[in-house]
Write a protein that binds this ligand. Structure first.
Ligand code: ATP
Ligand code: AMP
Ligand code: MG
Length: 204
C-alpha cells in the first residue's frame, strides 16, 4: 500500500518513551520538509472498545477478554491502513509512524501486537524497537501519573519483556521483509533518540 510513504512501526515496553520520542522526531522531520503522520494504534483500539462501552481508560484494554482485544486490533489495523492511504495521497516526502506494541502481556499470556493480519495491512519499511535501561523504564512507568502501567512496573518482568520485545519484533518483521532497528532512549536524552530515529527514516 505504501507507494510514496516511508512507514516505520515503533514498538517497545509501556513507558519506555515511544510516544515521547515520536513527538520529538515528528518536529525534526517537519523542519526538514517531510509530511509526517503519527498514528497511535492504541487510540484506534481505544475508540473501538469505548464505542462498545467496554473500558474507560486505554490501560484497561489489555485486560479485556482476548477475543475482544483481537477484534479491536483487527478494526484498528484496517482503519489505520485506510487513514494512512488517504493522508499519503498526492503528497510527496510522507513519513508514517505507527506507535504500537510488538507484544502485549494479557491474562491469557503474551500476545503479538503485530501478527500477520495486522502487519500486512501496514506493510512497514522498518520496525523500530525503543529500549531503555530496565530501572529507568520502571521509574518512568511509576512517575507518569497520566497512565496506569503498574502491571508492568516490576524490574524482572521489564528485563524479560525487553528481550521478548526484540523477539516479537523480529518475528513480525520476517512476515513482511521489514528491517529492524533498535534505539536506546536514555534518561533525559529523548532528543538524542529522536535524532537517531530521524536518521533511520532518512536512510529508508
Ligand atoms: P505506552 O506504551 O504505555 O504508551 P510510551 O512508550 O509511549 O508508553 P511515553 O508515554 O512516551 O511512553 O513515556 C512514558 C513516561 O516517560 C513519560 O512520563 C515521559 O515523559 C517519560 N520519558 C520518556 N522518555 C524519557 C527520557 N528519555 N528520559 C526521561 N523520561 C522520559
Ligand atoms: P499505548 O498507548 O501505546 O500503550 O496503547 C494502549 C493500549 O492499546 C495498549 O496497552 C494495548 O492494550 C493496546 N494496543 C496498542 N497497540 C496494540 C497492538 N498492535 N495490538 C494489540 N493491542 C495493542
Ligand atoms: Mg505511548
Amino acid at each position: 500500500m505504501n507507494g510514496g510513504i516511508k512507514l516505520a512501526i515503533i514498538v517497545g515496553l509501556p513507558g519506555v518513551g515511544k510516544s515521547t520520542v515520536l513527538n520529538l522526531a515528528k518536529d525534526i522531520l517537519i523542519s526538514k520538509g517531510y509530511h509526517v503522520e503519527v498514528v497511535n494504534f492504541g487510540d484506534y483500539m481505544f475508540k473501538y472498545v469505548v464505542s462498545q462501552g467496554l473500558v474507560k481508560s486505554r490501560d484497561e484494554i489489555r485486560n479485556l477478554p482476548l477475543h475482544i482485544q483481537r477484534k479491536a486490533q483487527e478494526e484498528a489495523a484496517k482503519n489505520i491502513r485506510e487513514n494512512l492511504e488517504a493522508k499519503a495521497q498526492s503528497k510527496e516526502n510522507v513519513v508514517g509512524f505507527v506507535d504500537t506494541h510488538a507484544v502485549i502481556k494479557t491474562a491469557t499470556g503474551y500476545w503479538p501486537g503485530l501478527p500477520l493480519h495486522v502487519i500486512r495491512n501496514l506493510m512497514p519499511n522498518t520496525i523500530i524497537v525503543v529500549e531503555a535501561e530496565p530501572e529507568e523504564i520502571v521509574a518512568r512507568q511509576l512517575r507518569d501519573r497520566t497512565r496506569y502501567r503498574s502491571d508492568y512496573a516490576n524490574i524482572d518482568l521489564v528485563k524479560k519483556l525487553l528481550s521478548m520485545n526484540r523477539m516479537y519484533a523480529i518475528a513480525s518483521a520476517v512476515l513482511v521483509g521489514a528491517s529492524v532497528n533498535f534505539i536506546m532512549n536514555r534518561e533525559g536524552k529523548a532528543n538524542e533518540a529522536a535524532e537517531e530515529l530521524v536518521s533511520v527514516i532518512e536512510r529508508l
